[in-house]
Design a protein around this ligand. Structure first.
Ligand SMILES: Nc1nc2c(c(=O)[nH]1)N[C@H]1C(S)=C(S)[C@@H](COP(=O)(O)O)O[C@H]1N2
Ligand SMILES: [Mo]
Length: 533
């Protein structure tokens, strides 16, 4: 082969390495976007940015030229631009490393700028393009290093590695153009193929979730027949105190879902089966037509440590589970309902907790005045007062199987958690916090306490080993909702030891003994060190 022909061949291969690196960049960013921030898909963000900055006449020209296909034309154009820029970056990396990596860095910076300046960008939106650029740069560096070695070896003639190589076989092999060639094609082939497969799958998942987000925004739930009555005095106005109702955006999220399931309410079905006389299947409309009521319930995670924040309160809109189960007529002998999510998660809930007239176990479709957010189980989830989330609060619900504890196990049962897990009632100090010194003098200690299905009778505070003092409680919305409490205190300068405990309406004192979260929830009185200065 002529030298010129060979040089052109290496240029083409370095361009290929550049294009593959760009593919890896986009695929990794797309996967990361699914997990951390849906809006940070670089291609779409840059496309939207272009749409926003292109002057009106040019937009009109695009529409008159491409008609309804103007957005597709834009994406195709953008794709071509990416391919060309990536090819140039590959060649640059081959001729003058690390210029190709620098070019990738610039592309990352531009896409981050396009992403974070978009309306509604979340706090982590910069992360996906950064991760993508890192992965793309790694592939570019590795592939082009091989290519350069191959090119060097090829340029140093075809003497054959054995003649002038030392007896060390490894070094001889390292100088063999064949090996570098093979490695180059391995890197480019594996990275390219994975980028295509993973990138397309992630983009498709991203599109599905995004379009369900639009379906959710357009969904109008009927007016509830009854609304939660919040009594006067249910919420104190104390800085640093947790609000009575947790805004959806601040609501803790715990689940095993790597990506948020995207379920269209139009195709959603709930199967109710197992040990029943009449298996039934309900559509979303069927469920909603049973009539919605609003319920105030505090949800708690078994993983909540003493003093932790894995709990929150919402006004849930839903239908009693007992009404749905009644349609299917559970048989005698059943003692558990295994609720199943579309993603395979399951929870085991005692049947009587779901059929008990005195307990508001519901299938929820709304949360704080909106359809359930996607992250919180859209379109339907379970909420059961008094049971930890992992044994009751199945999100993205798709099946209720009436069964027995003897016959079936839920997701967490073989993983070190109890099959049954009522919430251990508890209390928490929200303000002041450990490590946040307060001004000496008048200080307000405040927090929340919860004992779902029973209610909180009293919260008591012990300061520096003194007497237990009763805190003032907010008016309870109901027994399923936490209450707020506060205590005014004249703090002398120095360190103070604060202990909080509650008594429930059944007269039980909160358990003092510490227990870890596994297998069935933490216990213990929260103890906080507060510094006044
Ligand atoms: N499908 C599904 N539902 C689930 C879980 C899950 O992992 N998958 N986790 C449960 C746990 S452990 C808790 S504490 C609650 C949390 O609900 P939230 O994320 O809406 O706060 O959901 C429950 N429902
Ligand atoms: Mo949980």
């Amino acid at each position: 082969m002529s030298d010129r022909g060979r040089a052109a061949g290496f240029m083409a291969l370095s361009a290929l390495a550049g294009v593959v690196s760009a593919g890896v960049f986009l695929a990794v960013a797309e996967v990361a976007a699914l997990v951390v921030a849906r809006e940070s898909s670089p291609i779409l963000a840059v496309g939207s940015f272009v749409i926003d900055v292109v002057p009106q006449p040019l937009k009109e020209l695009a529409i008159s030229t491409f008609g309804a296909y103007d957005k597709i034309a834009l994406l195709v154009g953008l794709g071509l631009a990416v391919v060309i820029a990536a090819a140039v970056a590959g060649v640059l990396q081959f001729l003058r490393p690390p210029l190709g990596v620098v070019a990738l860095g610039i592309a990352a910076a531009l896409s981050i700028a396009a992403i974070v300046t978009r309306e509604g960008a979340s706090a982590w939106a910069w992360l996906p393009p950064l991760l993508g650029a890192g992965a793309g740069a790694a592939v570019l560096v590795l592939a082009v290093r091989r290519l350069r070695r191959w090119a060097d070896a090829a340029a140093h003639g075809q003497r054959g590695p054995a003649e002038d190589a030392p007896p060390d076989g490894g070094a001889a092999a390292a100088r063999s153009p064949k090996l570098d060639r093979r490695r180059f094609f391995q890197i480019v082939g594996v990275a390219g193929a994975s980028a295509v497969v993973i990138g397309i799958a992630a983009r498709a998942a991203n599109v599905a979730v995004t379009s369900i987000a639009a379906v959710r925004r357009a969904l109008r739930l009927p007016e509830p027949r009854t609304r939660v009555a919040v009594p006067d005095g249910a919420e104190f106005d104390i800085p640093g105190l947790t609000p009575l109702y947790t805004p959806n955006d601040d609501f803790y999220r715990v689940d095993t879902a790597l990506t948020v399931p995207a379920i269209d309410p139009a195709t959603w079905r709930l199967r109710v089966g197992g040990l029943v006389d009449e298996p039934v299947e309900l559509s979303f409309d069927d469920l909603v037509a049973m009539g919605l009521d609003e319920y105030s319930i505090t949800l708690t995670c078994v993983s909540n440590e003493v003093g932790g924040d894995l709990l929150g309160t919402a006004k849930w809109l839903g239908v009693p589970v007992r009404d749905v189960l009644a349609l299917a007529a559970p048989r005698a002998g059943a003692d558990m309902v295994l609720s199943r999510s579309v993603d395979g998660f399951t929870a085991s809930t005692p049947l009587e907790a779901l059929t008990d007239d005195a307990r508001d176990a519901i299938l929820a479709v709304g949360m704080n005045g909106e359809p359930l957010p996607l992250e919180h189980g859209f379109p339907v989830r379970m909420v059961v007062p008094g049971l930890y989330g992992y044994v009751s609060a199945t999100k993205w619900l798709t099946e209720l199987k009436v069964t027995t504890f003897a016959a079936d196990e839920a997701y967490w049962t073989p993983r070190g958690y109890s099959a049954r897990a009522p919430i251990k009632f508890s209390s928490r100090l929200d303000t002041p916090r450990t490590g946040q010194p307060v001004a000496a003098g008048a200080v307000v200690l405040a927090g929340v306490a919860w004992a779902q299905t029973v209610g909180i009778e009293r919260v008591e505070v012990k300061i520096d080993g003194g007497d237990w003092q009763a805190a003032t409680l907010s008016s309870a919305v109901n027994d399923d909702t936490w209450v707020q409490w506060f205590l005014e205190w004249d703090a002398a300068p120095g360190n103070h030891d604060i202990v909080v405990r509650a008594v429930d309406r059944a007269g039980q004192l909160q358990v003092e003994e510490r227990a870890p979260i596994a297998p069935d929830g933490s216990s213990g009185w929260q103890r906080t060190l507060v510094r006044a200065e």
